[in-house]
Design a binder for this molecule. Structure first.
Ligand SMILES: C[S@@+](CC[C@H](N)C(=O)[O-])C[C@H]1O[C@@H](n2cnc3c(N)ncnc32)[C@H](O)[C@@H]1O
Length: 360
């Protein structure tokens, strides 16, 4: 089996001073991703001395990958399982690749028995064709047989990115005829199997060593170990409009990352959503206290908070909160447009982005 790579979506001219390694990052469509803000984040953080860093809300993993490329020791964490698979494959993994032989074995695997046919039984007619659902079950049967966790993480990361590319808007909110959207876009024309082969190539080529022991975990930020020089915090925002539920948009990826192990599917959901986990950052009545606890928890590190003007609490409140724990708090600002949602929503999405940085 020949490994392929897609032509990379990163526009080189947009790299704007980023480390060269960044062209290798498999960009992942993710709500609130800081992908487009990376040159700015890099520029601001380049002036701060630090050797080790915690990316406490890693999401797509792109900021962790930037830190890794900057030769920092990276600890990457997210409450959801699938972001942590993405960062296991790209951040914690310094050396492991999937070989052509591994890929051949994965593609030849077959589900054995009903317990390995969960996807075809649960998602018929919702996001993918029957053939693709069978492919996902079979692939997972192959992943289960692999004995190296790093190899498993590459295979799972590759199928996660394939699943997103094969979805019209990269979201899993509405059920639809899987054939309906075949509108000529390459990503929608390729089957999941074809995507997977390509994505294994992408994740293989993203693997590199920065000479540090990097780690990836999945868990609540309040359970993350303290002690790194700098903590980068990019929590979900309490939105002024819309909602910010990651599980609503990405439940299929969250399930696919662990074959729905210990995940509870909502019986009333047409798209078989997983129950939404609670996070205090998503609600007005809990957000301020959550930020206070967050800053207190990491008070011995340099604090870097990504935030935006279209969210609650406002800049002034967050600055004051951080000043409780840091004597020097600086704010860096940049205008940015988010491209999520429909045309009207994206007009609303012109915002000021902030980096609120607490030192000493
Ligand atoms: C704005 S996104 C991070 C985006 C990321 N920086 C990027 O560029 O892709 C916020 C992330 O916080 C995670 N999250 C929400 N509540 C959390 C919690 N209590 N602990 C850890 N992670 C949490 C969400 O799963 C989501 O991935």
């Amino acid at each position: 089996m020949k490994l392929l790579t897609e032509s990379h979506p990163f526009i080189l001219s947009a790299l704007g001073g980023l480390p060269d390694q960044m062209v290798k990052f498999p960009r992942f469509r993710y709500m609130g991703s800081k992908f487009k803000l990376l040159p700015w984040i890099h520029e601001v953080l380049s002036d701060i001395p630090f050797e080790s860093v915690t990316d406490a809300f890693s999401g797509s993993g792109v900021v962790s990958y930037l830190f890794k490329s900057m030769r920092k020791q990276v600890f990457s964490n997210d409450a959801l399982a699938f972001p942590s698979v993405l960062s296991t494959a790209t951040i914690a993994n310094n050396t492991t690749h999937l070989t052509e032989n591994d890929l051949e074995e994965l593609l030849g695997a077959k589900a054995r028995g009903k317990s390995e046919e969960f996807i075809r039984q649960t998602f018929q007619g919702i996001f993918y064709t029957n053939e693709e659902l069978v492919f996902l079950d079979d692939l997972w049967a192959g992943i289960r047989c692999m004995d190296a966790p790093m190899k498993q993480s590459i295979a799972i990361a590759a199928i996660l990115r394939s699943a997103v590319k094969r979805q019209p808007r990269g979201l899993f909110t509405v059920a639809g005829d899987p054939e309906r959207y075949k509108d000529g876009r390459r990503d929608l024309k390729l089957t999941l199997r074809e995507h997977f082969i390509e994505q294994v190539g992408c994740y293989n080529s993203a693997v590199f060593s920065n000479g540090k022991r990097n780690t990836s975990t999945s868990g609540d930020v309040f359970d993350v170990l303290v002690g790194n020089d700098l903590v980068y915090m990019d929590p979900p925002y309490v939105p002024l409009a819309d909602d910010n539920c990651y599980m609503k948009r990405y439940h299929f990826l969250e399930g696919l990352a662990c074959y729905w192990q210990d995940k509870e599917i909502m019986t009333t959901s047409k798209v078989r959503k997983i129950t939404k986990p609670f996070t205090p950052f998503a609600y007005r009545h809990t957000a301020l206290d959550a930020f206070d606890r967050l800053f207190r928890k990491f008070a011995d590190s340099t604090l870097v908070l990504s935030y935006s003007s279209n969210a609650y609490p406002d800049l002034g409140s967050l600055r004051k909160l951080m000043q409780r724990y840091k004597s020097s708090v600086d704010v860096f600002e940049k205008t940015h447009r988010y491209h999520f949602g429909n045309h009207e929503a994206s007009k609303r999405n012109l915002v000021q982005e902030y980096l609120i940085i607490g030192t000493s």
